[in-house]
Write a protein that binds this ligand. Structure first.
Ligand code: GAL
Length: 686
């Protein structure tokens, strides 16, 4: 990962002075929306706030290429020169995210088609099909033209391919996609017999006798073959990845700066299928966009979880927060403004979890267009505004903690598994309960460790797990033989694992592992479940008292199961409903390690108590933190930086000795750090 090249270049500054790396700070800059005199105000204000990196050109295709093959760069030249003269670096886009109207008008078949057969119109953005040869050709030409022009421009420190691949146009069900899907399937299965077997087409008379008969999973009268749906998600991700790869290759051919494309956190489910784990391997640095769900009262925990996932994609190395918002967005039902201090807290949460750059969408709030009510660093109100003052404060804070740049997050001894295939397969229709959600279950477990001050990595099952004290497997519905075997070997060697309900159920073709649930993990867990017993909407199931470190009165939601232990110690049983008497929480000693099974969805505080007792058994030490106080560490082997972020409305004091880099100059050395309500401290200890 090459994030360090970017922070090093920013640290050296435009004159190339020797200097330590610094955090990237800035955002999307769309000067084409403003008259040129505003650009001069922009750069002056960027300097005032300490902005050092802006993403330029993301939605500029229509202005760069006004007719096919005719490029106009004069305005972009002036923008880049102006930024460079003022010491501001550029993350330059290849501008392929939004084909212009002339393109869609000339190539109407490049527009994406929905599962219902509706061809989408243009006039918004990202209106193209990933399999369109016309789109691919035009995107490649545009990329080449832009990179040829700016590869040597001194302002450009990195490249921004496209924007949020798959956000608005995926999956596409058009005829070009269908043909590409068939090619992809031929490569995967080679023979129709193999495809028929994998897709279990004996069911409902779906047997294929010619490749030409195969279509994308277009809307049909009843449920569509689930393996076809799963393969179509895999294909759709690969098809977009082909687009990305082609653009990355052109940039690598012509330029030396690192290349990224911005991911969308957990928004990579079956409806927006992009397998970021696979994509991450192809990029020079990982960047992510994150927006709070404003009405979610624990949205800061969801932020933390997304940052942990992003760090997973980056293989533990520093990454870039490409976008977040200074305050409200414009696309939620009610776009709540951020509270005072929230901008700083959110930003430093990302930094605490490995981000070496904090960028925003966007620099100056648009005066027109669909995003005119989306917040920005420079709001409609101008610089006499709380948002601007908080942005400037953030710039100063990032300067104050710049010594952190480049250091990894330390102390994450718990891994939560989040495999893309498992996520996608779990979201296919016709499952036992619409309430059972891989993403939500992942969040419940992350939240439990978050409350305990125990750092978590989010990894995939093929990653090296040996260094973790505990691995959590939340609703890993689809699991390969190899992944199940790796987990078993991890436990054999002394690891602790927690597997939750609806895990290990199917193989990579979505075929059930018969003989009792949870199929692939049955032996490891020492349980054999006979049937799922999902609960009514809003229903609960009670658990026996006094078990597994939980206080009395624990209840599960969403799910229960009927079955028995085949060797595991039963820590709690279901005591109500159809599953009454069946094990709810079990523990199985295997080799030198332990495997827990949790057959329902638990909630705080019981889930937190259970997580604490399992963590202790795994040799970890949960902290007693006030609710809403977050503690995370980065370190370079000699120094440790502890980020304390207080989302609560109470001041907090924690026994952390060191220097608070954000404290007032005369009160920085501390034996115990005191963090005001809504405040942040970053304490250096050595
Ligand atoms: C992102 C997108 C940006 C902007 C932002 C608004 O998804 O990449 O261009 O639209 O959302 O929140």
């Amino acid at each position: 990962m090459r994030m360090n090249e970017v922070t090093a270049a920013l640290g050296r500054g435009p004159a190339g002075d020797p200097g330590a790396p610094v955090f990237a700070f800035g955002g999307d800059y769309n000067p084409e929306q403003w008259p040129e005199e505003v650009w001069h105000q922009d750069v002056a204000l960027m300097c005032e706030a300490g902005v050092n990196l802006v993403s330029v050109g993301i939605f500029s295709w229509a202005l760069i290429e006004r007719e096919e093959g005719v490029y106009t760069f004069d305005w972009l030249d002036r923008v880049l020169d102006l930024l460079h003269e003022n010491g501001i670096f550029v993350d330059l886009a290849d501008a392929t995210a939004s084909p212009p109207p002339w393109f869609s008008h000339r190539y109407p078949e490049s527009l994406p088609v929905t599962a219902d057969g509706v061809r989408l119109g243009y006039g918004s953005r990202q209106a193209f099909c990933a399999s369109s040869a016309d789109y691919r050709r035009a995107a490649a030409s545009l990329t080449r033209a832009i990179v040829e022009r700016y590869a040597e421009h001194p302002a450009v420190v990195m490249w921004h391919v496209h924007n949020e691949y798959g956000c608005h146009n995926q999956p596409c069900y058009c005829d070009a996609s269908a043909a590409a899907f068939r090619r992809w399937l031929r490569e995967r299965y080679e023979t129709l017999d193999a495809l028929n077997a994998a897709w279990a087409t004996a069911f409902w008379s779906q047997h294929y006798t010619d490749w030409a008969q195969i279509t994308p999973p277009r809307r049909s009268g009843a449920q569509i073959n689930p393996t076809q749906q799963l393969d179509f998600a895999r294909f759709s991700s690969d098809e977009l990845l082909e687009c990305c790869r082609a653009e990355v290759a052109i940039i690598h051919e012509l330029a030396s700066q690192p290349v990224t494309t911005n991911f969308m956190g957990f928004n990579m489910g079956l409806n927006q299928p992009v397998d970021y784990w696979r994509w991450a391997d192809e990029l020079d640095l990982i960047s992510n966009d994150h927006y709070l769900a404003a009405e979610d009262e624990r949205n800061f925990q969801e932020l933390a979880m997304t940052a942990d996932l992003t760090r997973g994609w980056a293989g533990g190395e520093p990454w870039l927060l490409m976008e977040h918002s200074t305050s409200a967005v414009n696309w939620q039902p009610r776009n709540l403004a951020k509270a005072p201090g929230e901008l700083l807290r959110n930003s430093l949460q990302h930094a605490a979890r490995g981000a070496d750059g904090i960028l925003f969408f966007q620099w100056r709030q648009s005066a027109a267009g669909a995003e005119k009510f989306h917040s920005a660093l420079v709001p409609h109100a101008g610089t006499d505004s709380a948002v601007w003052r908080e942005a400037v404060e953030l710039g100063h804070a990032l300067q104050s903690i710049r010594e952190v740049v480049g250091s990894p997050v330390v102390d994450a001894r718990v891994a939560i598994l989040h495999d893309t295939d498992a996520r996608w397969a779990s979201e296919i229709d016709s499952h036992p309960s619409v309430d059972a959600s891989n993403r939500a279950e992942t969040r419940r477990w992350h939240d439990a460790f978050y409350r305990l001050g125990i750092s978590t990595d989010i990894r995939r099952s093929t990653d090296e797990l040996g260094g973790y004290a505990l691995v959590v497997v939340p609703m890993q519905y689809l699991v390969t033989d190899a992944a199940a075997e790796r987990l078993r070997a991890y436990v054999d060697a002394g690891g602790h694992v927690v597997v939750t309900y609806f895990s290990g159920i199917v193989d990579e073709n979505d075929r059930v592992r018969t003989g009792g649930y949870p199929g692939a993990f049955r032996e490891l867990l020492g349980v054999r479940m006979e049937q799922f017993v999902p609960l009514r909407a809003g229903g609960t199931v009670s658990l026996s008292d006094g078990a597994a470190g939980m206080s009395d009165g624990a209840t599960g939601i969403i799910w229960s199961e009927q079955g028995r232990s085949t060797g595991a110690q039963v820590l709690a049983t279901f005591t109500s409903g159809v599953a009454a008497g069946s094990p709810a929480i079990t523990r199985n000693d295997v080799g030198d390690g332990r495997a827990y099974y949790v057959a329902t969805a638990l909630q705080h505080p019981h889930l937190t108590e259970l997580a604490a007792s399992i963590a202790r058994e795994a040799g970890l030490e949960p902290l007693e933190l006030p609710d809403g106080v977050e503690v995370t560490r980065r370190g370079d082997g000699e120094r440790t930086w502890t980020f304390v972020i207080n989302h609560s409305d109470q001041a907090v004091e924690l026994p952390i000795a060191g220097i608070d880099l954000l404290g007032a100059a005369d009160a920085r050395a501390t034996e115990a750090v005191r963090v005001a309500q809504g405040g942040v401290a970053v304490v250096r200890s050595s």
